[in-house]
Design a protein around this ligand. Structure first.
Ligand code: F6P
Length: 552
């Protein structure tokens, strides 16, 4: 099947796909899920390519794998776990069995508890020592940060609760900056960690506790934990009534639908959070029931497979023409690259095709004034993924939104059409002649024939964000299933963590660097000579100076 696709690529790679794009193609090479549209007409995919790609889904058994995921089978084989983030948005409560036990009563009970807590906090019934909570700090990293941080930013127009801040990096600059702007007496700290062992999160949580202890009599009362480990949250001193638990069948990067989404729920309120879940649930239903040729996550994944594994385009740019989606590329970097950046298949055999692409991006129009130069004229092809809403939220600024939309559509058009040498000559013929005209024109030539897809929707509301995130989750699933890899483990992050633990005493100077390679030892030496500080929380740090100066 891969060979058939490669052969088809060889047969079609030199044509200009612009010639394929008539009005019928726009209808035939686009798909709708609810009121969301995916247009993949501006690619070199034709009916034969699509048929071959769909064959790939059939021959790799994606439908059976999808059904196994939704049914709670342990498809995360290297960790022996089910993969059931979809259960967290299964709001109608149909039974989902893990080892023969229906998990839905527990899921819905936790959602109710979260809603009760969020309501109390938003109304002031749950208060800090200094009164109503004004600020919420979510301390977490990776999946315990990127999802809620992205969603809180995206849904800013719906935010009517306390301010939400996110601290993830072990770099003290991150937490110091956030703490400086908060009053401990009216701040709630959420320690978000599936394992409750992650060094960055636990270090930041201790720092926040020490900060609060300066002025608050019972700091633990203003801490909440989101974790799978009751023992560890208790050991940290967080009362069980403020622990929101979840099970190991929720992967970190798939976890914002449950307790890890608490900061979002506090920010936008429980009904809007439910709308977010409903949006995701609607995408789940679409993914489960739509024919492959009409299935948005499958087609998005197949377009990606065509571009990455077949055409050999190593990266993909995600370009939201929606400033509130500014953190979407960062969120997708974990979702996609931690899931599908693997080198062996489920049975441990080296992959014979590339794993998932490098994903990157920035919102438009900002990116246009930065890296679009390379996208349009660089020697490497970067498939682009545009996201755009028909309407913004700024009612009196429609004209600016229209300009934004025009820019988005212009970019995909420019990528496809390009500008040939004759046209480029025409642009400068009034200023240059002869060889110089040619030379100047060549700098102004756009090769075009560069593929893009566009995801369009009416407005970026909570329901739509749920659709978008679930769309990308299922895209990752389909790509992983086709490649035969495990999208749900992340062994690739372990080595660095182990070495960091071993290096900490070396950096501190309590262990010698003799057993380190020459480069690492020399870097340690340089940093020590230049005053590297111990990594462990130093209680002697003057909090007054670094942390308690409020900046308002
Ligand atoms: O190091 C990778 C990772 O395990 C991610 O998969 C996860 O989202 C992140 O760390 C944080 O983990 P935890 O929620 O357990 O603190």
């Amino acid at each position: 099947m891969w060979d058939a696709l490669r052969n088809h690529f060889d047969d079609t790679k030199d044509r200009r796909f612009e010639t394929l794009v008539d009005s019928e193609r726009a209808a035939d090479f686009s798909v709708q899920a609810g009121d969301m549209l995916l247009d993949y007409a501006k690619t070199n995919i034709d009916a034969k390519t699509r048929a071959l790609l769909i064959d790939l889904l059939e021959t790799t058994g994606v439908a059976a794998k999808r059904d196994a995921m939704f049914a709670g089978a342990p498809i995360n084989e290297t960790e022996g776990r089910a993969v059931l983030h979809t259960a967290l948005r299964n709001l109608d409560g149909d039974a989902v069995l893990v080892d023969g036990v229906d998990v839905m009563p527990e899921v819905l009970a936790t959602l109710d508890r979260m809603e009760g807590f969020a309501d109390e906090l938003r109304s002031g019934a749950f208060a800090g020592q200094g009164g109503k909570i004004t600020d919420v700090i979510n301390i977490g990293i990776g999946g315990s940060d990127l999802g809620p941080a992205m969603a809180v930013r995206t849904l800013a127009p719906y935010h009517d609760g306390p301010r939400c801040h996110f601290v993830s990096n072990v770099d003290p600059a991150d937490i110091a900056q956030v703490l400086r702007g908060c009053d401990p007496a009216t701040t709630l700290v959420i320690v978000a960690s599936k394992t409750f062992t992650t060094i960055e999160t636990m270090t930041n949580a201790q720092t926040a506790k020490a900060w609060m202890e300066q002025t608050v009599a019972d700091p633990a009362a203003q801490f909440v934990a989101l974790s799978t480990s009751d023992e560890k949250t208790a050991a940290f001193g967080i009362d069980a009534t403020r622990v929101f638990g979840f099970e190991d069948w929720v992967g970190g990067r798939y976890s914002m639908w449950g307790p890890i989404g608490l900061s979002l729920m506090i920010g936008i309120g429980a009904p809007a959070f439910r709308a977010f879940l409903r949006g995701a649930q609607s995408m789940d239903r679409h993914f489960k029931t739509a024919e492959w040729s009409e299935n948005m996550p499958a087609l998005l994944a197949l377009t990606g497979i065509w571009h990455n594994q077949i055409c050999g385009y190593a990266t993909r740019a995600v370009l939201p023409y929606d400033n509130n989606l500014a953190r979407l590329p960062a969120y997708l970097q974990q979702l996609e690259m931690e899931s599908n950046g693997k080198r062996v298949s489920m049975d441990g055999v080296d992959l014979t095709v590339n794993s998932g692409p490098v994903v990157w991006g920035e919102p438009g129009t900002n990116g246009q004034h930065a890296f679009y130069q390379l996208i349009h004229q660089g020697t490497r092809v970067v498939p682009c993924e545009f996201l755009v809403a028909a309407r913004g939220h700024e009612d009196d600024l429609h004209h600016q939104h229209q300009l934004l939309v025009a820019n988005c559509l212009a970019q995909s058009e420019a990528l496809m059409k390009g500008r040939d040498l004759d046209e480029a000559r025409g642009k400068v013929a009034d200023r240059f002649a002869g060889d110089e005209l040619d030379r100047q024109a060549r700098h102004r030539l756009f090769p075009g024939n560069r593929p893009s897809v566009t995801i369009a929707y009416p407005q970026l509301d909570p329901f739509t964000l749920g659709q978008i995130v679930a769309l990308y989750e299922h895209r990752v699933f389909v790509e992983g299933a086709v490649l035969g890899i495990n999208s749900y483990d992340q062994w690739g992050v372990e080595l660095g963590k182990e070495l960091a633990t071993a290096l900490q005493p070396v950096v501190e100077g309590t262990r010698s660097a003799d057993d380190k390679d020459g480069s690492t030892a020399a870097l340690v030496g340089f940093l020590q000579k230049n005053g590297v500080q111990p990594l462990r929380l130093n209680r002697a740090v003057p909090f007054n100076k670094y942390l308690t100066q409020r900046t308002g």
